[in-house]
Design a binder for this molecule. Sequence first.
Ligand code: PDD
Length: 343
Amino acid sequence: MMSSIARSVRLLASQQQQPRFLPTSNLQQQQVLKKTIGRYFSTDTVFLNGEYMPKEEAKISPQDRGFLFGDGIYEAMPFYHGRPFALEQHLKRLENGLSFLRIPYDVKSNHLLEMFQNLISKNELDTSKRCMTYIQITRGAPMIRNHAFSTPGGEQPTPTIYAFCQEIQYPSVERWNQGFTCALVPDRRWGRVDMKTVNLLANVLGYQDAKDQGCDEAILHKDGMALEGAHGNFWAILDDDKNTIVTHPTTHDILPGITRAVLLEEARRDGRFVVEERPLTLEELRDNVKEAFFTSTTVELKPAVSVDGKPIGDGRAGNVTRELWTLFQKRIERDTGVKMLYS
Ligand code: PDD
């Protein structure tokens, strides 16, 4: 008779997707599954309101304002072999978001690095080249649904804190060189997308629109400008002889990406590029761009090679993008001590 582990493995392998449920009672069983089915496995230890627990046991109230109103902030941070990269900047952005939403949670006194490192080691991701830790802080779960969140006395519910980590699957060098196709999608987000709130509906719909058109990524546009991707910042290299790099300035219209900030520092320090933080018009994107790419915590640099079916440059990842990725990887190496594979 087939064991339950073998059954689960077969089921997951046939579904080729993340399991919705895996048995949690037997830790050994989980380890076996983890080793057997690798990336399909996601029964991890997570952190909820001060406690570590298996993901399936983490329960959040349906009254939670994150669930009812999308009333919360999140942050996603990269770790290389368990070592944080640009953590201070990520925590600063988290603090800014909490203060904008007026959620009373003190980032500094909550020892988040220690919590992330515990999560990473409990999930055995210390040796993983790249992993992401995710934290979401919502305004908690009051008994009554009310748009207003503060009583006249200024009291607020206790925030809900949820965190997890997961391995980042980076594309192979061949896939990276081939590049990623893009669709232009109207930006339907609210006016403060510089805040990393959990309200990602317009990002989700925009990304799905691009997928429905058979593309890998979405470029969100508004008022004739290419702003950013559905989950990453957007960059263009102009078709001139100066290697001019253009990326949108950090207004309320884009998320101020940490990868973006680090790459800007590196590109400026390197000196071989002209760097312009300004909006890019759709006409420029169509007629005057030889390379383009996205940046984010999970993708580092991801080459964009076509827009709505029209190739950018020669329709493959370009050399300037490759050089910038190399600069970025060298920075990771310097800051974390982890040896990176240069492109
Ligand atoms: N997304 N713009 C948007 C809309 C994003 O969602 C992200 C990140 C970025 C890049 O930010 P950073 O370089 O700090 O990761 C820009 C994360 C990874 C996510 O939601 O999964």
